[in-house]
Design a protein around this ligand. Structure first.
Ligand code: ADP
Ligand code: MG
Length: 450
């Protein structure tokens, strides 16, 4: 029928737009490496922020004692404590609680947000066991994972550049988030010092390195996308006056609003927008809406719910994509659940699965190209004769962890980009929850007592 042909034509055009041939991925990786270079040369020199983290020593395994971590960066925040036992005993004990942030707190005032956090921290600290006592006179220390763009001013201070991910509190922007947290802790009588302020990528890098000394970078593929990696200090011209003893410095790349995928189409195909969990489901909704409007895919009336931005979440898209039932019953039930659409033909449901594949494949392949770009920048995209160096990338985030087809495609594409020989020396490791432990580890390595 004409409708069917029209829908097919829209799908074909969309697929052409999403195509990611090898040449394009290679170009993207090169552009990424170039942008990294530029961002390290001077502030504002690139679409990548390349923020200096002040983390110049990653965990070694020698860390000992009781440390806290706080992870704020999404709809939940977590507080955690760990007892570290050094090389022999490693992580002796680990406890944590997760608290969801009420939407009104995400858009309230700084004091309301940080009071909410400090209160939860207070309740958690009060449950500290007898086996977790600090030495007398010693203050508790905390690693604060704060996953929003921050201009770091020292290892334990930094000014918020802007809120993202649904947070919107004007009076915090430009201010030191550690000062805010510290004041709130004082208001609630929590005796604790923030020893390290880090981003989730840096926490993941620290946690990953603790488990595997070959970890050189961390990538988050969750609601948002970001990466951090270890750079040589002398490759960071903009880092004036800071001389790390280790000769290395962790850089938070801050992809946010970064590379246009096609320079021909600036501002449209933003890297983060076509690979992050926050957007993949939304891209699918938009294509379905177009098909509903222009090809009457769901009948003469466009289903009203299809017009609601962000109503289709990426986990739902993933469930649709992974539907293996012969008549695609999961696709059918999700359409009903999310859009109140019923009675679709099998052909329509197949088309929808195909669109999921197009969207996820593009995101995964571009993510792989981004990782390849980082490897290029640090010279791990080739193997020298006699060089047995292994490179491990620590990966975290719900998208990578739970979206199997996305994850598999990312890995396969990275192998394709590196070639068989080099890919032998490069591994991607799921660093599930590395960031919580990582922040506690960084608190330990930046302790006022060490
Ligand atoms: P954050 O990035 O906010 O720290 P997570 O790392 O936990 O959060 O990732 C959550 C994101 O992962 C969700 O926003 C969603 O986009 C994605 N996600 C979670 N579960 C799935 C799933 N089953 N399939 C696909 N994506 C998922
Ligand atoms: Mg996270």
């Amino acid at each position: 029928s004409r409708r069917r042909e029209k829908a097919r034509a829209i799908a074909d055009a969309f697929q052409r737009k999403c195509a990611t041939p090898m040449v394009k991925l290679q170009k993207l990786a090169e552009a990424m490496a170039d942008e990294m270079h530029a961002g390290l040369s001077l502030n504002g020199g690139s679409k990548l922020k390349m923020l200096v983290s002040y983390v110049d020593n990653l965990p070694t395994g020698d860390e000992k004692g009781l440390f806290y971590a706080l992870d704020l960066g999404g709809t939940n925040f977590r507080v955690m404590r760990v007892v570290l036992g050094g090389q022999e005993e490693r992580v002796v004990k680990q406890e944590s609680v997760e608290v969801s942030i009420p939407p009104h707190v995400m858009t309230a005032t700084s004091d309301e947000l940080f009071d909410f956090i400090a209160q939860a921290l207070k309740i958690f600290v009060d449950t500290e066991g007898e086996d977790m006592r600090l030495s007398p006179g010693r203050q508790r220390e905390l690693g604060f994972t704060f996953s929003f763009p921050v201009n770091q001013t020292s290892i334990s201070s930094g000014n918020l550049i802007k809120w993202t991910k649904g947070f919107s509190i004007d009076d915090t922007v430009g201010q030191d988030v550690v000062a805010h947290l510290t004041k709130a802790m004082e208001r609630f009588g929590v005796d604790m010092r923030v020893a390290a302020l880090v981003n989730d990528t840096i926490g993941t890098l620290a946690g990953g390195r603790y488990n595997n000394p070959a970890v050189i970078a961390a990538v988050i593929l969750g609601t948002g996308t970001n990466a951090a990696y270890v750079e040589r200090a002398n490759a960071i011209p903009k880092m004036q006056g800071v001389v790390p003893k280790s000769g290395e410095m962790v850089i938070n790349m801050e992809y946010d609003k970064a590379l246009d995928i096609e320079s021909l189409n600036p501002g449209d195909q933003i890297f983060e927008k076509v690979i992050s969990g926050m957007y993949l489901g939304e891209i699918l909704r938009r294509v379905l809406l177009k098909m509903a409007e222009e090809a009457a895919l769901f009948g003469d009336v466009v289903p009203p719910k299809l017009m609601s931005p962000f109503i289709l979440r990426t986990p739902v898209m993933s469930a649709v994509h992974h539907d293996t039932s012969p008549d695609l019953t999961v696709v059918g039930s999700k359409l009903k659940e999310v859009f109140e659409i019923s009675n679709t033909s099998l052909e329509t449901r197949e088309l929808i699965v195909e669109l999921c594949d197009t969207i996820a494949t593009r995101g995964a392949r571009l993510s792989a190209a981004g990782i390849f770009g980082i490897l290029k920048k640090v010279g791990r995209d080739t193997v020298q004769k006699g060089d047995e160096k292994k490179s491990v990338i620590a990966l975290d985030g719900g998208l990578f962890e739970h979206y199997a087809k996305f994850r598999d495609c990312l890995k396969a594409t990275l192998t394709e980009l590196l070639g068989d020989e080099v890919s032998e020396s490069v591994t991607i490791e799921l660093s599930n929850d590395g960031s919580g432990i990582g922040a506690a580890l960084l608190a330990a390595s930046h302790s006022q007592y060490s």
